[in-house]
Design a protein around this ligand. Structure first.
Ligand code: MRU
Length: 363
């Protein structure tokens, strides 16, 4: 998508330097910093420190990490070593393991001499496929938005609510939850998006920055405001992303998603999840029992980062000194709270039958 009129993907290969370039998202929305990723340690840090973040982007980054590993040393030992090294960087988003497995399965049978070129080509393919998947999620979600728009009084916008950043910066391009919004906006549909701040890291500010850059009307709200807005008829539809969805349609996403789904259920607001197929973990069924939830650094809870009046980006403490804190980064929304899954192949029920119907070859 565009930044100051220039089209960007969230990562790109710099041919002349033979290096991956990313946007260091830790400084957004206040500062847009491009950064090369030069070593395997750089790749691990980029994912674990959330310079790149969002399940699909983590997967694509890991694929380029495998490509760098093969450029450095295409042996079996290094192929498996790179898989282990990168797999440990973040536990919840399944796209990481999906991309690493795809790379290892594809590269293992190849002669060592062919692996570096093949790994880079595969990483490009994974990135391109992600863009196409998200574009199609957008077109399928657009139909739902249009149906809602058709029932609204003339002149009233369709009111969407989203949590975290499932935008183009969380993918390679388009985003998942934001793709229907961008498509709707491009077709001049009247829409407005409520953007949850998403403590502790406030990824909602990235979503607000994205939507603002594209002229999509939106309002940034505190995490606790959504239920109130739903009670007062100010939300027509919730769309969120996901880091891992089980084969029966339980949805793991950024902490706080579950509470939005509960409020949506209580108020009869449809709750949709934008789901690229690589984010389905077909090996697990019960999301609450089986998905590992990342516990992040407690400083993310006790401190908050923002821009000072001098335009410096600083972190300040919000809790008393030595207050015990907790920081689970994700939660699971059980399938019965999900109205539908918006995938690249269409919209389905959040159930084993629904997902298997759209992806029979994967189920
Ligand atoms: O911790 P993050 O910022 O990587 O979490 C991101 C999310 O939870 C997104 O909603 C999810 O990855 C879907 S991104 C298309």
């Amino acid at each position: 998508m565009k930044v100051n009129g220039k089209h960007y993907r969230s990562l790109w290969w710099n041919e002349s330097a033979n290096v991956l370039e990313i946007i260091d998202q830790r400084w957004l929305p206040h500062d847009f910093r491009e950064q090369p990723v030069r070593s395997m340690q750089d790749f691990a840090d980029a994912i674990s420190e959330m310079r790149v973040r969002g399940a699909p982007l983590i997967g694509a980054t890991a694929a380029y990490g495998m490509a760098l590993a093969m450029l450095e040393d295409p042996s079996d030992a290094n192929l498996n070593g790179a898989w282990d090294f990168l797999e440990k960087t973040r536990p919840t988003a399944i796209n990481l393991r999906w991309a690493l497995n795809r790379c290892r399965d594809f590269l293992t049978p190849l002669p060592e001499v062919e692996r570096a070129a093949a790994a880079l080509k595969l990483a490009h393919e994974i990135a391109d496929e992600d863009v196409e998947i998200n574009r199609n999620i957008g077109l399928n979600g657009l139909k739902i938005i249009k149906d809602i728009a058709a029932k609204k009084p003339a002149g009233e916008p369709v009111q969407l609510l989203t949590h975290c950043n499932a935008g183009w910066l969380a993918t390679v391009d388009w985003g998942t939850a934001t793709s229907p919004m961008y498509h709707a906006h491009n077709e001049n549909l009247n829409l407005h998006v409520w953007v949850d701040e998403t403590r502790p890291r406030n990824q909602g500010a990235i979503t607000a920055w994205e939507l603002g850059s594209h002229g999509v009307p939106h309002t940034y709200i505190t995490d606790n405001a959504g239920g109130h807005l739903m009670q007062h008829g100010q939300v027509d539809m919730v769309i969120v992303g996901t880091d891992r969805t089980t084969r029966r349609g339980d949805v793991c996403n950024k902490i706080g998603t579950y509470l939005k789904a509960l409020a949506a259920k209580d108020n009869g607001v449809p709750f949709y999840v934008a789901l690229p197929s690589p984010t389905v973990d077909w090996t697990v069924s019960d999301g609450v029992a089986e998905i590992p939830i990342e516990q992040r650094d407690l400083s993310e809870t006790t401190h908050i980062q923002g821009k000072t009046t001098n335009a410096d980006i600083e972190s300040v403490q919000v809790t008393p000194d030595a207050t015990p804190a907790g920081n689970p980064a994700f939660d699971v929304t059980p399938n019965h709270l999900v109205t539908g899954l918006i995938t690249e192949r269409g919209v389905c029920a959040a159930s084993e039958e629904g997902l298997a119907g759209l992806f029979p070859e994967l189920a």
